[in-house]
Write a protein that binds this ligand. Structure first.
Ligand SMILES: Nc1nc2c(ncn2[C@@H]2O[C@H](COP(=O)(O)OP(=O)(O)OP(=O)(O)O)[C@@H](O)[C@H]2O)c(=O)[nH]1
Ligand SMILES: [Mg+2]
Length: 457
């Protein structure tokens, strides 16, 4: 998904992240690259201009915080602005009405409307526990009604039968009447596609919309058509007021121009993404997650914010200095680390937000114990039961002291041994990474704030 765009943008971000200062010059050159990447992704020119101006304005005007390197600030601004561009908050389906909630699907030929009717029906059934009736008003394309009937059967959705001898408005009315009678929660109406924006068809759609008054009119559009997709959405929206957009064939879209242009051009939010041909290949659309994905970064934004808000960077700095000097990593340091981790929502929550290529492969296996937040609490209790001398020099722990420590923490001797083993692993790793990886990983991520990742290696 959006691979070309992601490759280009993440390369740009990597180059600016390495810079020690955010100057007008390096902002300009990064923005030039961003602009080219977006244009190649087939993002509409107006969108590209507005976006780059916005990023420039924020980048030049923002005070650089101590805890964040300037390059990282640029990453943060890019992520924020991309999210805004795609719709500042996630948009949901509005089904709040006297049932049945009527959903009307519109779009050009081959966009994926009929397939999406079945997918959306499945989604509503599975995630919202709704009963769904689907109906086709496509009396123009041979076998269009049959196509929906088959898809509905595969998806185990109720299908309202219709024929090409009926008028679209009559089919829609009858389907809604049936849904009302049988107490369906939702009825989804499929419509005929049009090759181009054509007046007759548009009138028909408008009339249908006025007649059935759907709570959602969703425009289904093929993401691979890039900014054309966004432009056709704009024209449809001017004719029949849309409530949202579904981008299909995202699985085959390497560019991303449609996703980045459509909200800007129509003012309407993207609500779902079609990610394949199967009935379960439909995902809710989250602008912020998409922004991170596009930048190739996982959900790094929340991680940066959490770090900004929660980490005591002075303490982390002190620890880095200590390790760099080759001093050993003791239980006092470990305790401090546990505290910082806890502030960040625990390891599991942090790992979830990391880009996959930054998670060391062995982490989830060897450190299985560490992954459990509960075990953090226990480790903390054990360390608390030690004397200050024992914390700075764990080698002096005797058998009887281990027993006392275990009792003090409400644990047993194997737990103490386990802690010592983990500590030994950590301090060994700390010695190994002394300096080099530690800093580069931190620079890439959140300035001085990623100590906790390193301590697990
Ligand atoms: N890869 C992929 N294929 C899709 C997706 N959505 C739809 N398709 C395929 O696109 C083709 C057209 O889909 P339809 O649902 O028939 O499109 P339509 O908009 O109803 O077309 P008309 O009724 O002719 O206007 C089918 O082969 C679908 O399987 C998707 O998200 N990913
Ligand atoms: Mg169709």
């Amino acid at each position: 998904m959006f691979q070309n765009l992601t490759d280009r943008l993440s390369a740009t971000l990597r180059s600016i992240t390495g810079k020690s200062k955010l100057t007008e010059d390096n902002i300009q050159s990064a923005l030039r690259e961003v602009k080219t990447a977006l244009l190649e992704a087939d993002v509409a020119l107006g969108v590209v201009k507005d976006f780059t101006n916005q990023v420039r304005k924020r980048a030049l005007g923002t005070e650089v915080k101590k805890s964040l390197k300037p390059g990282q600030l640029f990453v943060k601004i890019m992520t924020h602005e991309l999210t805004q561009l795609m719709g500042s908050e996630e948009a949901t389906l509005n089904l709040k009405c006297q049932p049945p909630a009527v959903i009307l699907m519109a779009g050009l030929q081959g966009a994926g409307k009929t397939t999406t009717v079945a997918k959306l029906g499945c989604w509503l059934k599975l995630h919202e526990k709704k009963t769904v009736l689907v109906a086709s008003t496509d009396i123009y394309r041979p076998a269009a009604i049959e196509q929906l009937s088959i898809l509905a059967q595969e998806a185990e959705l109720h299908f309202f039968p219709s024929t090409i001898k009926q008028l679209p408005k009559d089919i829609a009315k009858a389907a809604i009447a049936e849904a009302t009678l049988r107490h369906y929660d939702v009825v989804i109406i499929d419509t005929a596609g049009r090759l181009h924006i054509d007046d007759d068809m548009m009138h028909e759609l408008k009339a249908l919309q006025q007649l059935i008054n759907p709570i959602e009119t969703l425009f289904v559009v093929d993401a691979m058509t890039g900014q054309d997709a966004a432009n056709s959405a704009k024209i449809f929206n001017e004719n029949v007021s849309l409530t949202g957009i579904i981008l299909t064939k995202i699985d085959s879209d390497a560019r991303g121009g449609a996703a980045l242009s459509v909200k800007f051009l129509t003012g309407k939010p993207i609500k779902f993404l079609g990610t394949g041909e199967k009935n379960n290949a439909l995902e809710r659309f989250y602008p912020d997650r998409m922004a991170s994905r596009i930048l190739g970064m996982g959900d790094i934004l929340s991680l940066i914010e959490e770090a900004e808000n929660n980490i005591d960077s002075k303490k982390v700095d002190k620890l880095i200095k200590k390790i760099k000097k080759g001093k050993s990593f003791d239980f006092n340091d470990l305790k401090e680390q546990l505290l910082q981790m806890k502030k960040m929502g625990g390891i599991a929550s942090m790992l979830n937000k990391l880009p996959s290529n930054m998670i060391p492969a062995h982490l989830s296996m060897n450190s299985g114990q560490l992954m459990q937040d509960k075990s953090l609490v226990r480790m903390n209790a054990l360390i608390d039961s030690m004397t200050p001398e024992e914390r700075s020099n764990p080698d002096i722990l005797s058998g009887s002291r281990k027993k006392r420590i275990a009792a003090g923490a409400g644990a047993d001797i194997p737990a103490v041994n386990q802690l010592l083993k983990q500590y030994k692993q950590l301090s060994k790793t700390m010695k190994k990474i002394k300096g080099k990886n530690l800093n580069s990983l931190m620079n890439n991520m959140t300035g001085t704030n990623t100590m906790s990742f390193n301590s697990r290696r």
